[in-house]
Design a protein around this ligand. Structure first.
Ligand SMILES: [Zn+2]
Length: 317
């Protein structure tokens, strides 16, 4: 994804969110007293799903690794969802393979969970090897790995709502200083050609770069603009589970990411959980679009914070 603008917003943000970290401790493993975690999320599984993707090699569209990973992801979703398939299309002359799974197909009220699964063709922020692709452990694989584990848990837990999972292709092929529409090709395609006609979900959650150690999920401006109610729900759920260290009340940039096109083209309020720390150079961490984006940047404590939070949000419905 790319940064559109850095904006300062919401001076009354803490009041708006209506919840501070005062009840939590500064540890990802702690919970607010007397509020038990009602979900389990297996971090080792999520980590393995990330490792499996990285082991194929960079998932650059058109590559063998990309083809093999598509088959792997569809197989995984077929194990844990009621239905799964690969949506194929062409957008901006690029072949698109979006991987889609659905749980509880008969339920009217639905939640959309999504992440991008492709790898940027070049690690263009890397000083030494900017023309070669990185492993993309965080940028791509982390969100997908967390969602596969959520799907595995949902198969056992039987949520009250329907859940649709979409792994978007070709998110990361954009021009560094180019138009927003050069990015997020898979989600642009899907949001104009959803897998079901008149598709609607109550809300959507996009995961992107959800594995860094000491991640900060600053609230992203488009998420706040389009999906404020659900941002409050997700961030407050994270705090309830003791993950306020990651989901603090900071706010970040305005990002062009897959959720933007879902909001604009389909009108499904969709938020982005994405590592964005205003104290870091680009906001995304030094691994972003460099060869540091490998398994060493994946921290299981962060995966747990994100996975438990999203799973709880689904089970609370
Ligand atoms: Zn990227």
């Amino acid at each position: 994804m790319k940064i559109k603008t850095i904006i300062i917003l919401f001076s009354s943000f803490f009041l708006i969110l209506g919840c501070t970290d005062s009840n939590t401790t500064d540890s990802a493993s702690n919970t607010i007293q007397n509020v038990p975690i009602t979900v389990t999320f297996n971090t080792d599984s999520a980590y393995q799903y990330i490792q499996d993707q990285v082991d194929f090699g960079p998932r650059v569209p058109g590559s063998l690794a990309h083809k093999q990973t598509a088959e792997y992801l569809q197989k995984k979703l077929s194990q844990y969802c009621d239905t799964s398939f690969i949506q194929q299309g062409v957008f901006n002359n690029i072949a698109i393979n979006n991987i889609i799974g659905s749980i509880n197909q008969d339920k009217k009220n639905r939640i959309l969970l999504c992440a991008h699964w492709d790898t940027r063709p070049m690690a263009d922020q890397d000083i030494e090897r900017p023309t070669e692709p990185a492993d993309g452990a965080n940028d791509g694989a982390s969100g997908v790995g967390v969602i596969i584990e959520i799907a595995r848990q949902l198969q056992q837990k039987k949520p009250n709502v329907g859940v649709d999972i979409v792994f978007f292709d070709a998110e990361d092929m954009g021009e560094a200083n180019g138009a927003a529409t050069t990015w997020c090709l898979g989600s642009q395609y899907w949001s104009k050609n959803p897998h079901k006609s008149n598709y609607i979900a109550e809300f959507g959650i996009l995961l992107d770069m959800v594995g860094p150690k000491n991640a900060v999920f600053a609230i992203e401006a488009n998420s706040w603009m389009y999906a404020q109610l659900y941002v409050k729900n997700v961030w407050n759920t994270a705090k309830r589970l003791g993950h306020g260290r990651f989901f603090n009340n900071s706010f970040g940039g305005q990002l062009v990411d897959d959720h933007l096109f879902i909001n604009q083209n389909l009108g499904i309020p969709t938020l982005d959980i994405i590592h964005y720390d205003t104290k870091e150079n680009t906001g995304f961490g030094d691994f972003w679009h460099t060869h540091k984006d490998n398994m060493e940047t994946i921290d299981k404590i962060t995966l747990k914070a994100v996975g438990e939070t999203v799973l709880q949000v689904v089970m609370d419905k």
